[in-house]
Design a protein around this ligand. Sequence first.
Ligand code: SAH
Ligand code: SF4
Ligand code: F3S
Length: 463
Amino acid sequence: MGPKFVEKEIIEESYAAIERLRERLCGAHPYYFIETYGCQMNEHDSEKLAGMLEAIGYRRTDDRTKADFILFNTCCIREHAEKRTFGNVGFIKEIKAQNPALITAVCGCMMQQKEVAKRLAARFPFVDMIFGTNELHIFPQLLEKVMDGGRIFEIKDIEGEIAEGLPIKRSEGFSTFVNIMYGCNNFCSYCIVPYVRGRERSRRAEDIIDEVRCVVREGFTEVTLLGQNVNSYNDNGMRFPELLRRVNEVEGLKRLRFMTSHPKDLSHELVMAMAECDKVCEHIHLPVQSGSNRILKLMNRRYTREHYLELVRDLRENVKGVEITTDIIVGFPTETEEDLEDTLSLVLEVGFSAAYSFAYSVREGTKAAAMDGQIPEEVKKERLARLNAVIMSSVNGANDKYIGREGEILIEGRDLRGEPMMFGKLGSLKMVYVNGDESMIGKYYKVRITGTRFNSLVGEIIE
Ligand code: SAH
Ligand code: SF4
Ligand code: F3S
């Protein structure tokens, strides 16, 4: 059975609501402010909400005190995300006191946890709209109800659908996101995402390719395909390596990236697709989470340390110049000193170009939250510091090999700290600093690496 698509009539009704709201504004262009927490998935959802707001006639501001509509798109991956959100929503009270017409909304993963959403609604009576991750496509209808004087609390328990055809206001630049799938079925024992994002569902390949063509026409040259686990993409039998090859054919596209890959599903076919597709960047984000087989098993990751190292070997053998980045959790329930040593030694063995490290955070409702052997906070903190020291030393050491190499960078901007220089990334995601000026932004340049600078590289332009 394929995924459930939102009916065309409902999308049409959203467009009708956008029109009605537009008329209601009578040519006014009020300001909206969106604050986004969490991952690229959330950032991209905010671009969809911004797309609908702009279609209604709103314009963006970065100054929340000036805003007529304030939206928080929340994350709940770790506990501190929650604390920060409650704090920031609380601050709105004063802005609302100054501007009673202000509309305040909170959405995203954290609101999909009904208990938390209820707590937020009770604590902040001035919040007008609370909605979950499955309601984005009916946002215009919800906003209309608020303008009619209602208060919205809309969180559905549905498995999750796919909504096509809504407007998107993409962040400026040359790089943008395209969703290929939503949700997650993996239920890693520590993780809240499957509970707040619903079941895994893949978009149709032709919808994805159409969207990539469309963003290329808008001037973007780099696309990142998004999914919690892109390696389980499946559109009626079309798997991710095939999709990657098809997107690689899109004319005008220069660079293709994807996130995130789950090691249990990373196939040799994908490695070969990466190797053979000229636009696919030589980078993969491959979260390992732990180097201990015992912990990996408790995490329900369904691969071993040895399998992970095998994947690294396959990637390095076939994808020229590939860089690997990762995520690591320390302090998972029952983690011993020995388990931690296994993680530290894996970091040194692989030589990641970047590793994002986290102290395990208990998420209510997940399997790991109920496990015996929870690790005290001070121990987690101390282990995180040790992991970070190992990451730092191995990443810095790995930069020297670039000296003398050539590559291509997409110039993103000017760095004003220290000596002003232009910066851009290689396909491997390594940041390179070069001399130059603003006219270079958005263009691709061949460079030769001449040195290193903190965590990045310095180069000279050769073409
Ligand atoms: N879908 C991606 C990860 C999404 S969450 C994947 O499977 O790789 C991003 C990262 O947050 C995870 O890789 C993990 O390292 C971290 N994370 C998730 N849940 C966590 C928790 N309860 N405590 C600490 N870190 C967590
Ligand atoms: Fe969470 Fe695991 Fe799914 Fe990633 S694959 S979102 S870590 S459950
Ligand atoms: Fe992303 Fe946070 Fe949700 S990491 S999927 S925004 S819980």
